[in-house]
Design a binder for this molecule. Structure first.
Ligand SMILES: Cc1ncc(COP(=O)(O)O)c(C=O)c1O
Length: 446
């Protein structure tokens, strides 16, 4: 699977993938187990994946692609890192799940609490997805404060719990509106939305809802409207406003945790939230999430306190093994300076090639996550992101796929670099981008 000579680089769905997609659509809604995989916003059909190693994924049609999706974030060490796979295999031989206490869970929790600043001296609870982490943290914040309302950012994504599916960019910042059919207005009535990077809007929310706001949940680097860094002072401002009001500050580091620094965005920016949600990298590719933070707050969770939260597979041995192996490697190897440099060079190279072909591209990067918005100017919130030429992005996506580069099939997603993206993968990416930008420019605007 590593000999690229036996593979071609055209990642577009071929006959085999199309046949598999047709079969999938007969038994799975839309043929996918998570909507964005259907490629709806870029056109075409998704290539089916057979295997993945290091920075490459291999399609059922025999293509080898440089991967910037990284299983939507978890694959920071590249795909199928040997020590991680071995740790899972070893754990599996002793039983897949017990639903009971294990020594490995404690060792894992100690490691996570040691690495993430807001968890030091605190408590952490393992769950099985990022969605579970955020919904549990919010229930806890409400239970701890006895207050009903929460604030989230327009364009912020925190999983698919009802209260968080508020139409991004929707009307008044103080009025929650369901963003999905099946979500009742009651379920989102206590969800307030604000534009990202706008402290004034948060101040207004607090002023209009005195003593009612339980928590702000925020991605400390937005990663679900493309990648948008916090403006200088934004996170500090959120810290001050929540502290003054007695609301809980929750950093959703499901994406940024262990990616932009070993201790996540909170370490990178030096701002410590009350609670932190983790997912993706913390499970090393297995379904693991976690939420944790100040002991006094976490002590409200059952069985210590009255806030209920549970899970049959929480802390299961395979997830714990994969997560622990991954975090141990990150701690021992400190790949962050090299990741930063690789990503910086890649983003600069993409920018140069876009400019060479006259394609407007506004790039963002924090550590090993980045985004190229197809527009000029700067992008600081969801409104700005929505100003991108999504048709142009879709064309670029198709051209890159045809040249062997697998990008997330949406303008509003971040791209991820792994420790295995070496010179060969980066060069291949930049060569593909040169051709793709030229093709997009030739097609004209949009
Ligand atoms: C910031 C953030 N929070 C929460 C989630 C939800 O995590 P999961 O898909 O594991 O439920 C995601 C997933 O993309 C995310 O990016």
């Amino acid at each position: 699977m590593t000999a690229s000579k036996t593979h071609h680089h055209d990642g577009r769905a071929g006959a085999r993938s199309r046949e598999l997609f047709a079969a999938a659509q007969r038994v799975i809604p839309g043929g996918v187990n998570s909507p964005v995989r259907a490629f709806a916003s870029v056109g075409g059909e998704p290539p089916f994946i057979k295997a993945a190693r290091g920075p490459y994924i291999y399609t059922e049609d025999g293509a080898e692609l440089v991967d910037y999706v990284g299983t939507w974030g978890p694959a920071l060490l590249g795909h199928a890192r040997e020590e991680v796979v071995e740790a899972v295999a070893k754990a599996a031989r002793d039983g897949l799940s017990f639903g009971a206490c294990t020594a490995a869970e404690t060792a894992f929790a100690e490691l996570v609490c040691d690495l993430v600043p807001s968890l030091r001296g605190g408590l952490v609870r393992m769950v099985s997805s990022g969605t579970e982490a955020t919904m549990s943290a919010l229930r806890l914040a409400r239970g701890y404060t006895g207050r009903p309302k929460i604030i989230k950012a327009e364009g912020g994504y925190h999983g698919h719990a009802d209260m968080l599916l508020v139409a991004a960019g929707s009307g008044a910042a103080t009025l929650g509106i369901p963003g999905s059919a099946g979500v009742t207005e009651a379920a989102v009535a206590d969800t307030l939305t604000v534009p990202y990077n706008d402290l004034e809007a948060v101040k207004e929310c607090f002023a209009a809802n005195p003593g009612e706001i339980a928590a702000i949940i925020i991605e400390p680097i937005a990663g679900n409207m493309g990648c948008i860094p916090p403006r200088p002072g934004y996170l500090e401002g959120l810290r001050e406003l929540t502290a003054e009001d007695g609301a809980v500050l929750i950093f959703d580091e499901v994406m940024t945790g262990f990616r932009v620094a070993l201790g996540g965005a909170q370490e990178r920016f030096g701002v410590t939230p009350d609670l932190t949600c983790l997912g993706k990298i913390v499970g090393g590719g297995m379904p693991v999430g976690a939420y944790g933070g100040r002991r006094e707050i976490m002590a409200k969770i059952a069985p210590l306190g009255p806030v209920y939260q549970a899970g049959t597979l929480s802390g299961n041995p395979l997830g714990v093994a994969a997560g622990r192996a991954t975090l141990e490697i990150l701690k021992a190897e400190n790949p962050y300076p090299a990741l930063e440099e690789t990503t910086r060079a890649l983003v600069a190279g993409l920018g140069e090639r876009a400019a060479r072909h006259g394609v407007a591209l506004s790039s963002t990067q924090v550590g090993a996550m980045f985004c190229g918005f197809f527009r000029g100017g700067e992008v600081w919130n969801y409104e700005d992101a929505k100003g991108s030429d999504t048709a142009r992005f879709a064309a670029f996506h198709r051209e890159m796929l045809a040249r062997g580069v697998y990008l997330a099939p949406s303008q509003f997603e971040a791209a991820f670099v792994s420790t295995t993206h070496g010179a060969a993968a980066i060069e291949r990416t930049l060569a593909a981008a040169d051709g793709a930008f030229a093709a997009v420019a030739a097609q004209g605007q949009g």
